[in-house]
Design a protein around this ligand. Sequence first.
Ligand SMILES: Cc1cc2nc3c(=O)[nH]c(=O)nc-3n(C[C@H](O)[C@H](O)[C@H](O)COP(=O)(O)O)c2cc1C
Length: 167
Amino acid sequence: MKTLILYGTRYGSTQRYVHILAEKIAGEVTVENLGKNKNPDIKPYDVIIIGGPIMAGKMHSAVSRFVNVNLQKLLSKKTALFICCLHQGEKARQQLVDAFSPKLVEEAAGYQYFGGEVDFRKLNFFLKGLMRKVMKTEKNVSHISTENIEQLAQAVNHVSSEQDGKK
Ligand SMILES: Cc1cc2nc3c(=O)[nH]c(=O)nc-3n(C[C@H](O)[C@H](O)[C@H](O)COP(=O)(O)O)c2cc1C
């Protein structure tokens, strides 16, 4: 079973969370940063996991671009979706649904939010202001949801074992 994880990141937390996820996925796992490789070939893979951070309510541009260009190809595969974000619960779920095509969300084997991190020292003046407005905080925040990462890995591993059973 071959799994490809595609992600975008601006400040690096998504990359870290993706590597935690990758360790939990059974079989062969390949990880690609869409900010560096904009057009990876998804054909050789059985499962595609795709996601990135939400900023001001929007998905990372490299991820949304890849999803828009490759929507039909993605819909022909088993997929799982995730976002990194600071909101939790229903607000996080809504951000995820808004970040991807509704059909992709509907067809996904699983979708989760992984939590997020903000280090104010890394933000420029404009982004600090935006962050204060959107998240109503001026403090560094770090909360990873290892439980949600685990749940997404389990959903993917379940799909893998089903497909292996059919072979
Ligand atoms: C300028 C800015 C805007 C953000 N806007 C949102 C938002 O609208 N909703 C949310 O849940 N999290 C928001 N976040 C939190 C990010 O999604 C979180 O910091 C994420 O972990 C960043 O991922 P990265 O380190 O991979 O770039 C924002 C963060 C920044 C810096």
